[in-house]
Ligand binder design. Sequence first.
Ligand code: SF4
Length: 259
Amino acid sequence: MDDFWADLLKREERFLASARPEFRHGAPLVSVSSLAEQYYCEYKLENEFAYGEVPTEAKEKGTELHDELIPGVSVTADDFVGLVTKKEPSYAVLRVWGSVGGLRMVGMPDHIVWSAGKPIWLVELKTTRGDPAPLWEDQENQARVYGLLLDLMGLDCSRLRLAVVRVKARELSEEERKLWLVEVSDALMAGKAGELESRKGGRMKVHEMVHDRRLAVRAVTAKAGYWTGAREPTSSTSAGKCRACEYSSVCEKSLAKSV
Ligand code: SF4
């Protein structure tokens, strides 16, 4: 393993070991997915801390489909480095981490395509039962912050692009699900995501973005006050969101009860 990767592992170890319960609810670290959830409704996080995570059939099915589309196996650090430093494109994910806007953040992206040690594509998969065409703020910012953390870790992100792929996974055949990861990766690298979307006939939308440090930092700083205690949580202003929320029956801020 060369010096860069050995040093990266040591820095990660130090970063994690020095975490203290300094954020809201005594959290030592803020996950990228929690930050993304703030863009949906900060009160969901409050309810999660108060009542725990509420399992729903939709969530369970979503996780199952997610794992089917992006299967993975654990590898050693040496094998990981050997894989991602090859010149030909390879697929592998790693924990991303770093300090942004006063927060110590960690996260695990869904999928990264590498070439010669550089991340080329960071892909976030979102399964949906609805229209995959819109790109929601929480989904966009999740991908942006993963990209930022890769950058802050010292990886060469000069060619990094981001993609949020929204897919009606239930409507894909078994064969399509098996081939999904390779098909999407190949299409992104060939600049042919639009052709792939056409072949999927409205069941999939690839939202491509350029990695932009400034936008990603802004996405974190806009929400950091919730974690540092600088302000109280905000709640959804959309009755539709509250109706779809698993906490609507217990949430003191729910708009679903009053409509
Ligand atoms: S019920 Fe509404 S306000 Fe409460 S957590 Fe859910 S989305 Fe937020």
